[in-house]
Each structure stands twice: as structure tokens, then as C-alpha cells.
Design a protein around this ligand. Structure first.
Ligand code: MG
Length: 251
């Protein structure tokens, strides 16, 4: 018979009262082991579809390591160089800036939502979340992205007009303007938001015609700067500058 023996120090071991019983137990164990298939090692070429959780961890590390701001600064610096080269040669030079993840950072909202996006809901649970984007924007607490604020200041030094063109809707105009001013974007030539209730299949369907309308006022748009391809598609700028954003996608 198989019994458990408790040692003085609390460890337990198996022991058998007779050799015959030990042999019987071994046979029974072998039979049981044979009934269960062995777990084969995973083949090295096993693959999975892209994993959302791993992507979130990579995005978090990209932000927190400083690589995000570093990469953003490189693009903004390139844009600033372009402005300095071109501004003396054109009539009414202009810079178009996107707002979210270009001029302002919504990192607190993004992180609280675990990279999800919700328009509705309050932000009472910050910093742990969740936090609806509309409520977040109305808090006017989004900090500037310093490299883009530096680009903005350089543009103003060069006498370049600045237009903010954003996918935010018109009912956010006052909160957006207040937030921009609080963090250092003191003045601009235009703050252009999507009409209230409008919906575009792509942000470019609003932003490209808006840049065209700016050009019709006599401006030469030297650069359009944004964090989504849809900020830049559709032309009506001499150059587009795409900032890094692995956190969300806007068609
Ligand atoms: Mg954006």
C-alpha cells in the first residue's frame, strides 16, 4: 500500500510497504502514463496572427523609453529646416498642423483606455481610466508635444502663417483653442475643425479640401504635419511630414 510519510521538517515522500506492491504500482503508473499523449515541443515555425497585447506592450515601451519623442523631434526638425529654406521664396508661406498626437498629446487618455478609443463616457477615473475622448478634450489638459511646439515657434519667427486643421468636431472649438493657448500655441491664422455632425470616410476627405481652401486665400502651404497618412494625403502642400504614431489609426 502506498502511503505518504511526513518528515519532521514537513516534507512528504512516497514509500511502499512491500516490493510486490511497489512493482504493482509501477505497472499501474506505466499504464496511466501510456494513456496520456506526451506533449511535443512547439515547432519553431509555429506562428500566430499579430498579437494585440504584445503590440500594446511594444507601443508602451516605445513611448516610455523616449524613442517616441526622439523620433517625433527628428521629423519636426526636418520640417523646420524646410520652412526656413522655402519661406523666403514664396508668397504668404503657411504651415498646416494637425492637433491630436501632433500639436497636443492625449497620452493620458490613450494609456488610461489601454489603447482603446471611446468618444463617450467621463474621465472621472483618470489616470487609470477609462476616459471618453470628448470629455478628455473638454478638460483642456492635453500637454503640448514639445517638438511640434518648437516647430510652431520657429514658423512664427519666420513669419509663417499657422493653420490648425483637425478631425475634432466644431463643438470642440472653444475647448481646443483654450487648450492650445494654455500650452503655448499663442496665436494662429486658422483653427479649422470638421463641421458638427459630419462624417468622412477618410480624414483626408476633410483635410485636403481644407488645405485647398487655405491656398485659395493666397497662402502657399510649405508643409503639412500630422501623425496619420490621412493628415497628409490629397496634396495641397509642398511637403508632408509624417510623425510617428503606433497608438491608433485614423483612416
Ligand atoms: Mg492626429
Amino acid at each position: 500500500m502506498m502511503r505518504l510519510r511526513r518528515h519532521a521538517h514537513g516534507m512528504r515522500t512516497l514509500f511502499f510497504r512491500t516490493p510486490c506492491r511497489a512493482l504493482l504500482a509501477a505497472v499501474l503508473c506505466l499504464a496511466a502514463c501510456a494513456a496520456e499523449p506526451a506533449i511535443a515541443p512547439s515547432p519553431a515555425d509555429w506562428t500566430q496572427p499579430a498579437n494585440l497585447g504584445q503590440g500594446a506592450l511594444r507601443a508602451l515601451a516605445y513611448h516610455d523609453s523616449g524613442a517616441y519623442l526622439h523620433d517625433l523631434a527628428e521629423v519636426d526638425a526636418e520640417a523646420a529646416d524646410w520652412l526656413a529654406v522655402r519661406a523666403p521664396h514664396v508668397s504668404r508661406p503657411a504651415l498646416v498642423l494637425d492637433i491630436d498626437e501632433t500639436s497636443l498629446s492625449n497620452w493620458a487618455e490613450i494609456k488610461a483606455n489601454g489603447f482603446g478609443h471611446f468618444n463617450d463616457g467621463t474621465c472621472d477615473a483618470l489616470p487609470r481610466g477609462p476616459c471618453g475622448f470628448d470629455a478628455w478634450a473638454r478638460l483642456e489638459r492635453a500637454p503640448a508635444l514639445p517638438p511640434t511646439l518648437a516647430l510652431y515657434r520657429r514658423a512664427r519667427q519666420l513669419g509663417i502663417a499657422v493653420f490648425f486643421v483637425t478631425g475634432r468636431h466644431a463643438d470642440m472649438t472653444n475647448a481646443t483653442a483654450a487648450n492650445l493657448r494654455q500650452v503655448g500655441y499663442r496665436d494662429w491664422n486658422g483653427l479649422l475643425l470638421e463641421p458638427q455632425g459630419s462624417h468622412f470616410a477618410s480624414a483626408a476627405d476633410f483635410k485636403a479640401p481644407t488645405r485647398a481652401a487655405i491656398e485659395k486665400q493666397g497662402y502657399t502651404i510649405l508643409a503639412s504635419v500630422g501623425d496619420q497618412r490621412s493628415d497628409l494625403d490629397g496634396g495641397h502642400a509642398e511637403r508632408g511630414f509624417l510623425l510617428p504614431n503606433p497608438f491608433y489609426f485614423i483612416p
